[in-house]
Design a protein around this ligand. Sequence first.
Ligand SMILES: NC(=O)c1ccc[n+]([C@@H]2O[C@H](COP(=O)([O-])OP(=O)(O)OC[C@H]3O[C@@H](n4cnc5c(N)ncnc54)[C@H](OP(=O)(O)O)[C@@H]3O)[C@@H](O)[C@H]2O)c1
Length: 463
Amino acid sequence: MPIDIISTVLYDGTDSIPGWEYLKTYVPVALTFGAIKYYFSGASNTWERDLHGKVYILTGATTGMGAQVAYELATRGAQLVLLVRSTEDIWVVDYVEDLRNKTNNVLIYAEECDLDSLYSVRKFATKWLDNQPPRRLDGVVCCAAESLPRGKPRQVTVDGVEQQMGVNYLANFHLLTLLGPSLRVQPPDRDVRVVLATCSSQALGEVDIDDLLWESKRYPSSQPWKIYGSSKLLLGMFAKEYQRRLMAYERNDKAPCNIRINLVNPGIMRTASTRRFLSMGTVLGLLLYLIMYPIWYLFLKSARSGAQNVFFALFAPIFPKLEGGNFVQECKINPKVRQELTDADLQKEVFDKTEEIIVRLEKQSAIERKKHKMAEDAKKPLAEKLREKNEEFERKSNIAEKPKTTDELSLKLNRLRQQISIGAIPNGELPLFPESTTNQQATATGKSSSSGANSRKSKSRKA
Ligand SMILES: NC(=O)c1ccc[n+]([C@@H]2O[C@H](COP(=O)([O-])OP(=O)(O)OC[C@H]3O[C@@H](n4cnc5c(N)ncnc54)[C@H](OP(=O)(O)O)[C@@H]3O)[C@@H](O)[C@H]2O)c1
């Protein structure tokens, strides 16, 4: 059949092909579009890894590139812990259910960790670290980010930090440093990988050591990408410094560090954040975005194409052999990076400064929470307050629950003592048995415990 066609074309000319005029006009156009699309879709990852039994924490996995990463990891059998703003959100519940069904993987869970709030990040990390024995963790993939459109006023996180800085840099810093013990405790033969999504706009970012988070500088509402770029640049510097600190950590088993943190630039994708950015967050902008969609379709990557870089950073076998802190782009390691990403002294300074800022912000927000709670409590009627106080006391002294503080521990011990008719210890000291209480009382009245013991001995001898 193809030979027939070729021989007809050779003997009778191309005009003998039905619809040749159309083909002549449209095929080159279609091929050009195909070539452009292929080129702008970027490189594909060719590495594979069996993920059965592996556990990953993912941020930003509800949409865009993160959702693609979650889908692919779940398809390969990994257990996923998706960090979401709220687990109460019915959309999140449906999303997790849907992902489980599509990937035939039931080991997908959502945990609350709102990156807008350092307290929420701490609550999640504390819960994670609270597991005994420590939970398996093969990697953390941070895809969540905020990029604000041009012309909008400054927006802030719960802690009052500019939102892009707060979510893209500070929350990731906080999450990963808090998860440090969990990362470090993994067995030495485990290939633990942390992937941080970055962006080429880091080239527009700047590092002002005296005002890292743009707290005192005027918000550039006509160029919000400056802050977005700065947040990604700071994230890159954090990756470098944190990797160094993890490398320097001496494990009990003296094994070398098995954690690698890498930065991934996925390229520009047609995701929710790009749509919001290009449409400038307006209805008219959205309409224009839709009209121009063929252009975006041609020149911008799909979330799946962008995610290829994340897969490369997670699967390629080269990474455990490298030092970490690499900049992955188009499924390759890009050696050309900004000067700040090679300046170890500056990275250390920025790391230390960020730690200080986080301590300050957490203290401030704890005070705010306390004030808020007191104001709320003041509004409540007396009966409700008493009921809550009783409930709180019951909860704290419930011996079936694990104590959270030493005060709670002594409360529970006292309750236990009462239950077995020993009597509570007023000053909250821990001794559980009457003998030690007697000793303590003896000490309090000036007599030595040994003299108490001697007198008991002499009494028993007399008897
Ligand atoms: N899109 C691009 O062209 C592009 C280019 C270069 C780099 N990147 C980077 O690639 C990554 C993924 O980008 P994308 O475009 O796929 O993102 P996206 O579609 O905009 O999704 C952002 C994700 O982050 C989550 N998120 C935002 N704020 C959060 C918060 N406070 N707490 C918890 N989760 C929060 C969102 O959750 P909700 O669903 O709850 O909002 C969503 O899942 C980002 O780090 C981005 O900077 C993107």
